[in-house]
Design a binder for this molecule. Sequence first.
Ligand code: TMP
Length: 238
Amino acid sequence: MEKGTLLYEGKAKKLFKTTDPAVVWAEYLNQATALNGLKKDQINGKGELNNQITAYIFDFLNTKEINNHFIKKISSTEQLIQPLEIIPLEVVVRNVAAGSFSKRLGITEGEVLDQPIVEFYYKEDQLDDPMVIDAHINYLGLASDQELAQLRQLALKINQALNELFNSIEIALIDFKVEFGRQKDGSILLADEISPDTCRLWDKKTNEHLDKDIYRRNLGDIVPVYQEVLNRLEKRGK
Ligand code: TMP
């Protein structure tokens, strides 16, 4: 199997076709962005760390019977994934108030929620990824009612599994974002990445940020922090 032409170039990843139609070649980039691309930097080592962390997490989710697009890691910055038709929704699950939730609703960051909250955002850079409700998703034809119900259920199942994983390495999972795609037969798979770019992770002892808020809020260098997350995962073993 060989790497083919560029399929898609995102802010953090490039996807390439391969000679096998059942396989897509993903390359993790060193680019970091925030504020819908207004803040942008090259950060050496970031692509490598997110590729490795995502590979670890997607392998772990497979053991929890959460089907996902990950096939295997092939180099420090590359992995093979299954081709999917991406559903243009960012599915956010929150366990603790933070970020846009705290800002929008005036709730102090760190307040623990009674139960996890699932939110949907329409992936559309030109609109700044607005939050959408079911009726909007329905009107825009982004996903069927049945698919939406499935996305909610899957998001909560992923939350449970990720909470177990991060708890075991002394990290609190504050919130995270996931994306899903459809296979040819219409079944839904978890896609994209799960890394400190897409999760809020706080050290359980110190409440220190171990995630992209370090970059978004100009709190320092993300590389040692992402490395710490990877080290803890690797120390944990499979
Ligand atoms: P928010 O508080 O900014 O809405 O973010 C919620 C979670 O989703 C947080 O863990 C960061 C993640 N996220 C992304 O991965 N990509 C995005 O474009 C946004 C807005 C959030």
